[in-house]
Unconditional design. Structure first.
Length: 175
């Protein structure tokens, strides 16, 4: 190590100066990441919304869509009528209680459990609820566009391992 009058060369820079550069870099990275995610919403797990789907209730002010095969959907989503879903990855459906009942029973059989999936609120970046979600698969991305348009990616339909208590998905996360 280089020495300068018996001290290492690093001791010539004041401690505050050595902390300044990492602090600036951290702030820049944070600003870039915040800017990249500013138009993204999120999912909020909801037992109430799960119960809504599991009791085969259809909300009149929502437009419904599904992803995956019609006889065995990977996810069901309802978007409030004030918003427009970019449905290029979803199939619109005039959802009836009979159709919803069949889908829910199929999801329950597929998961070999009493509950075939998890319900969630779909939120915009400010936290306002814009939709409802039900799927046995993990949540995905929600991106807001101009004019109340929204993109919600369908789930990647891969089984999630259950923990020792039989829980999967967001119930394993500590909240």
């Amino acid at each position: 190590m280089l020495r300068y009058h018996g001290k290492s060369c690093c001791n010539r820079v004041p401690r505050a100066g050595r902390l300044f550069i990492p602090a600036v870099v951290s702030m820049l990275v944070g600003a870039v990441l915040t800017g990249c995610f500013e138009n993204y919403g999120r999912f909020r797990p909801s037992l109430e919304i799960g119960g809504l789907f599991e009791s085969y209730r259809i909300l009149p002010d929502y437009k419904y869509y599904y992803s995956g095969p019609e006889v065995r959907p990977d996810a069901i989503i309802g978007i409030h009528q004030d918003y427009v879903l970019d449905d290029s990855m979803w199939y619109g459906v005039n959802l009836t209680p009979a159709t919803l009942t069949g889908w829910m029973q199929t999801m329950a059989q597929d998961r070999l459990s009493l509950s075939g999936g998890d319900g969630a609120a779909v939120l915009d970046p400010s936290g306002k609820q814009i939709g409802i979600w039900y799927s046995p698969w993990r949540f995905t991305a929600v991106k807001m566009l101009a004019d109340n348009r929204v993109i919600v990616h369908p789930p990647l339909a891969k089984p999630e391992p259950e923990d020792h208590m039989g829980r999967s998905g967001f119930y394993k996360l500590k909240m």
